[in-house]
Design a protein around this ligand. Structure first.
Ligand SMILES: CC(C)(COP(=O)(O)OP(=O)(O)OC[C@H]1O[C@@H](n2cnc3c(N)ncnc32)[C@H](O)[C@@H]1OP(=O)(O)O)[C@@H](O)C(=O)NCCC(=O)NCCS
Length: 322
């Protein structure tokens, strides 16, 4: 569905959201800001760290000086002190002047609707700040991420949109975390594509075709998810071909709820999820958007450090909708 992002952009425009981009010193971010403003996608808030930002004035662009971060120092200190008794007001004074920390505090305090960062900051820094400052949605205990795949014109899967999770955050999820990942990804898939999710819990076994202790958590996560979200379509444990290829599903899992038509794939850990998303991108020719971070009270999106200005625009679009 090559035009998915055109549809998402027109939905995002109607929301009138404000997005913070903390890495205004990155030329790709400034390029993305020009595109966002040209498309009227969202209002943009940038953090100035003293360097010239060099963007034309625009009614939808605000630039706030990092010097204003100090007013959040005591609130930030209280947040960090809860988890780390050795944390001092001096530490908070120093750290609040980091554009990402300041941006998360602005988001927490209602100055914007989302933060999109990670063209320079590593994933772990973006996620750790988001967990510590923004916190988790009450409905789940897990912050995770997914990639959305679309396919170019002429590709066998041009009309498909797929979601892979978790490919970016949790190295070794437990059964209950895997279940949270599946529920969040399925709900977000529905929200972004308007299509019902059909979610497969992947492994190297299809319905007990193999026996190994590593499979237990996948089976437990599947059962847990069915109990928590009975109205949705889930199946597991499944091999990828059983989940994705109808004639293999007919042979290996004839009574399954997924008939080789899964659109959401839940990987047992970060190794498999991350490898699979790169294989789909590099060999399979899929267009990956993500990691789309989920499970937080307010959206903080992580960019890949190899991202382009267009990738940033896509993540800003998603941050307005999720
Ligand atoms: C997310 C991440 C930063 C957390 O690491 P960490 O800060 O060392 O986390 P810890 O295990 O020390 O946990 C700290 C707290 O955060 C919580 N936490 C950590 N990861 C969490 C998650 N994904 N969801 C919810 N809570 C989480 C822990 O439960 C713990 O809470 P507590 O203080 O109440 O006990 C880490 O998993 C990470 O780096 N992930 C990214 C992996 C990566 O590099 N990806 C790049 C491309 S694949």
């Amino acid at each position: 569905m090559a035009n998915l992002f055109r549809k998402l952009e027109s939905l995002a425009k109607r929301k009138g959201k404000t997005v913070i981009l903390p890495e205004s010193y990155d030329p790709r971010v400034r390029e993305a800001v020009k595109l966002i403003l040209k498309k009227n996608l969202a209002k943009v808030l940038l953090i100035s760290t003293g360097k010239v930002i060099n963007l034309p004035e625009n009614k939808d662009l605000d630039i706030i000086d990092i010097g204003f971060a100090k007013q959040f120092a005591s609130e930030y200190y209280r947040i960090r002190k809860k988890k780390n008794p050795a944390y001092s007001p001096f530490d908070a004074e120093r750290e609040i002047s980091d554009p990402l920390v300041f941006s998360c505090m602005l988001l927490k305090n209602g100055f914007a609707d989302s933060v999109v960062a990670g063209s320079v900051y590593p994933t772990s820094t973006v996620i750790r700040n988001a967990i510590q400052i923004i916190g988790l949605k009450k409905s789940n205990k897990t912050v995770s991420s997914f990639f959305l795949f679309t396919f170019p014109k002429g590709h066998n899967f041009t009309h498909r949109v797929l979601a892979y999770a978790d490919c970016g955050v949790l190295p070794t999820p437990t059964a209950s975390q895997l279940s949270d990942i599946a529920i969040q990804t399925s709900l977000n898939y529905r929200k972004l594509t308007g299509t019902k999710s059909r979610t497969a819990f992947l492994s190297f076994s299809t319905k007990s075709s193999a026996e190994h202790e590593s499979l237990h958590k996948v089976i437990e996560a599947y059962k847990m998810t069915v109990r928590k979200m009975p109205g949705h379509i889930y199946d597991g444990e499944l091999q990828f071909d059983t989940a994705f290829v109808p004639h293999v599903a007919a042979r290996k899992n004839p009574d399954g709820k997924i008939k080789g038509d899964a659109n959401v794939f839940i990987f047992p850990d970060l190794n498999s999820g991350n490898i699979a998303y790169k294989v789909t991108e590099r060999i399979g020719g899929g267009i990956a958007t993500g990691p789309i971070v989920q499970g937080l009270v307010k959206p903080v999106m992580d960019l890949s450090r190899g991202c382009s200005a267009e990738d940033i625009v896509n993540m800003v679009t998603i941050s307005c909708l999720i």
